[in-house]
Design a protein around this ligand. Sequence first.
Ligand SMILES: NC(=O)c1ccc[n+]([C@@H]2O[C@H](COP(=O)([O-])OP(=O)(O)OC[C@H]3O[C@@H](n4cnc5c(N)ncnc54)[C@H](OP(=O)(O)O)[C@@H]3O)[C@@H](O)[C@H]2O)c1
Length: 262
Amino acid sequence: MERYKGKTILITGASSGIGEEFAYQLDKLGAILILTARSEEKLIEMASKMNNTHVIAGDLSTKDFSEQLYNQVKKKRLNVDILINNAGFGYSGKFLDSSMENYEEMINLNICSLVHLSHLFLKDMVQNKKGGIINISSLASFQPIPYFGIYAATKAFVTSFTLSLYEEYRHKNIHVLGVCPGYTKTNFNKRAHMSSQTVPGYLMTSKAVVQESLKAYDKGKFIIINGKINRFVKLFTSIIPQKWSLKMASSIIKKGLDNNQW
Ligand SMILES: NC(=O)c1ccc[n+]([C@@H]2O[C@H](COP(=O)([O-])OP(=O)(O)OC[C@H]3O[C@@H](n4cnc5c(N)ncnc54)[C@H](OP(=O)(O)O)[C@@H]3O)[C@@H](O)[C@H]2O)c1
């Protein structure tokens, strides 16, 4: 995948899971990396094992950090070729069982920072007549998921926005890809209060998700649902009546909640 060699790639949420895996795979492919997340020490440790990596730590759920990040990238005289909007988190539980602070943080991170960073970096890409954005959405973006409702809705936004951006900017030599993983083994599940045990199908590894996603971007695809089983789930839930798919999603998540497994 020569496409990534020498390219400057900004990865949000690079300190663990899928973002961390993007960082290691892209480093091996010869990219120049800018890593961001809140865990500065972890990012510095990662960068020390890589070839050409910059660290700019901060909290993307706060209003100002997207712009600060952009300004720090400019200060370092770096020009981002590919932006990977990966940082995100979820919460599973009854809607009223979590606070507005938690939901606002999720919406700010999963939606607002992704839109803000896209707005800032895409302008430069259009000026340079080249570039790309990879937005990490989710299989959860394709249908409402009771007891996981705010998260699924944030990801519905991400998929919808990403596909629109793809179509708007593809004639300007800007490539936009939406990545939709299903259940993947990372720290996400702990923060979302989810256990791997009650989810049918299989857990993918970050490694497999990232390999498939980088190939999809390389081939110029605009959306990738990672893994065969997840592609089948998307197809199945889109052809059955919505009432059934809602019931199915609800019973899977509720079973976990009732068993105190997440
Ligand atoms: N795992 C799954 O099953 C799954 C499935 C579908 C989609 N996804 C999506 O994949 C993406 C990556 O998640 P993951 O599974 O790799 O989870 P993860 O291991 O929990 O990683 C999440 C990353 O986001 C960063 N992050 C969290 N809050 C942040 C904040 N306020 N500001 C800046 N960075 C923040 C974390 O770093 P710090 O804590 O250091 O800030 C971490 O690097 C997310 O968008 C998630 O929605 C995951």
